[in-house]
Design a protein around this ligand. Sequence first.
Ligand SMILES: [Zn+2]
Length: 412
Amino acid sequence: MYQIKRVKIGKTKQLEELAHACGEVYTATLVSFWRTVRKKGIWLKPKHLMRWHSSNTLHAHTADACVQSFFASLKSWRERRKTDPTAKPPRRRKWYFRIEYKRSAMRMKDGKLLLSNGKGNEPLVLDWPWTMPQTLVIRWTGTEYEAIATYEPCFLPVPENGDKIAGIDLGEIHMAVSHDGEQTYILNGRLLRSKRQYRNKLLARLQKKIDAKKKGSRRRKRLVRSKQKQLKKLANQIKTIEHQSTSRLISTLQKDGVQTLAIGDVRAIRQDLDVGSKNNQKLHQWSFGSLRHKLTYKAERVGMVVEIQEESYTSKTCPVCGKRRKSPVQGRNFCCTNKACGWKGHRDLVGACNIRYKYRGEMGIPHVVGADMAAPIGLRFMPHIGVARKEEMYLREAAGLRDHAEKSLNTL
Ligand SMILES: [Zn+2]
């Protein structure tokens, strides 16, 4: 896993020319590869075509990258056609193509990144207040160019206190709840849910309007465009919330020294389950797949191990005495049905706690839970503050919540 930095760099004549030069190398590769297949029946290798095609306006390794891109898509087609008979090989010629710079073509100077385009050509200069990346790819986003820098992943030294495991329960109301044996963190998902609800309403309202217009009319076209624009905005907001929340959870867990994540497997929930049209819609729009993916790659990026844990009965079992409830939990609080135990607590905490136990093979046996079970800390998403201030506010918020939780525990 690599770390990635994206920077928008606008549109200049130099970038256009470079992208076109890359397109030329790519197209030349494509044409001569298929021509050789057709006429001689030989599948050439990347090294042959790299020697064959180069460009006077590109760094040698940048031209090589275009050739390699062609072979990468060729390879993925050969992989895909094993299962998908409709898969098509790369055949399209490209006028523009992405520009890739390898480490050998980079130099840093006074906060600028100098990207060489070969001897005798102007280098490409970018403002770069960060360190030098491993590779840099420049691609067209539809409105401007974007530089995508890749860095080696940074692995933190593993703390000595053994393997710390956090169980993660994905939910609809709380995006994710984690429990690492000491602390519980909750990612609240209500904001995300409100965005999704608004999306459904908006879609219904606009679609009704669109359907009332004549097909092919100007009014209709305008409405369709407006719908797409608004939906795109919402989709971006949802993406941001998911990204920022998951990043926060992972960085918090990393600070606490967690090395293994056991994520509850909720893939089976949606199959053959009918809970009425309203709740069905909720369940089907619950994006746990993308959440799990984001949590997984973000955790792996900082050197954690991620495991998927089967999660049956984790929400029904008492984390203290280990007795399994017969009926599902009603409401937001868990009540143990074992009279001798009678433990009460937050419902989502129970899930995360039991997923962790299950991963360690300890579910269903009594646990001593005292100071262990600290009150959960909510990690909230705050969209309107800058990143640096955000971190500070989050810390203060967490400290305040912890105080508050301790006070309320004492009064119980
Ligand atoms: Zn109990």
